[in-house]
Design a protein around this ligand. Structure first.
Ligand SMILES: [Zn+2]
Length: 89
C-alpha cells in the first residue's frame, strides 16, 4: 500500500520526507530548497519543500540535501529529438 507520495496525510499525521516515519504536523518542520539554478531557471522558479522531524537532527540534516526532484532537466515529450544528431541511426 506504500506510495511515493511525500505529502501524504495519514490519519491527520504526515510522513517525514527523510526517515518515512509518520508524525503529527506539530512534530514536523519544513525546509524549502531552491533548485532553480540546477535547472538553469530563474531563482525561485523551482522549489521543493521537504518535511522533516523537527526534533531529529539527522532528519534535519537530511532535509537540506534531500532531492525530491530528479536533477535531470525535465524535458517535455517531443522535445527529446529536437536536437539533430548526425550520429543517430
Ligand atoms: Zn524524520
Amino acid at each position: 500500500m506504500e506510495t511515493a507520495g511525500w505529502w501524504k496525510k495519514v490519519g491527520g499525521r504526515v510522513r517525514c520526507s527523510c526517515c518515512g516515519r509518520t508524525r503529527f504536523w506539530t512534530d514536523l518542520g519544513t525546509f524549502t530548497t531552491d533548485l532553480s539554478s540546477d535547472f538553469d531557471l530563474a531563482d525561485g522558479t523551482l522549489t521543493q519543500t521537504v518535511l522533516y522531524c523537527r526534533h531529529d537532527s539527522e532528519c534535519r540534516g537530511t532535509s537540506q540535501t534531500l532531492r525530491l526532484i530528479p536533477s535531470a532537466p525535465v524535458v517535455a515529450p517531443g522535445d527529446l529529438c529536437r536536437e539533430p544528431n548526425s550520429d543517430a541511426d
